[in-house]
Design a protein. Sequence first.
Length: 247
Amino acid sequence: MPELASRTTPVNEYVRAEHSPLSHLAHDWELHSAVALSPAEERTMVREPAQAVPDTIAKRLGRMRLLLVPYVACTPDGDLVAFTKPAGEAHTSVWSEVDSSTRVVLACRELDAHDTGFELLGCIAELLRPRLTDHELGEFERLLEDELRQGCSGEIDEEALQAKKALAGKSSKRHNKEAFEKYRDLSLVETVTEYMHGLWHDVQIRVGPEHLPLPQLRLRMDLLARLFPPNEGYQVFDNEIEGSGSE
């Protein structure tokens, strides 16, 4: 056990190693944990968020194996799975394509169970982005263009908000294509993450000038629900705000 506690393994080796026992999640995804988890922790970290992922998104991603580890250290020579807290920088997640499947490594020692589950949804959103069709991407772009024309200053999360501010008030992607596409990609990933987050459990809508107003949020969620319908038994908005048009 002391040897295990001090061991580090390059991520590119860890994702290719044989891991057992493997348990199965929704979408025939596989799970292996190098961390002892209670049943409640496992449900919150991976099982429930995986179940909330729409089948249409899961099909785009294909085979997945989720590997829970204590830490992922970031070093000049590459990322390492670490069993003790690294002294330097660390990642909360990394992934790699191996044998026609995606291996997602989630570092869960520094996050609570819900935050690990949210991190998983963020990984899924990142993996979905390059798998979108030009038509799907274009539909999301048109929503963003409309928001910019309307002077909507808020966003889903901080990173997309900063990218939106960097557009410096330009109302069209034609004015600054590179800046717009950076903003679009960040906004898309954050929006897809929040869409799946809302399918997983009730989420309180944040209000204020830095946050996306409810009418624009509804348009984004409605678009995603049309492109990637919720699985049976899941819904985007709860009954209390269905039909509501204001915050």
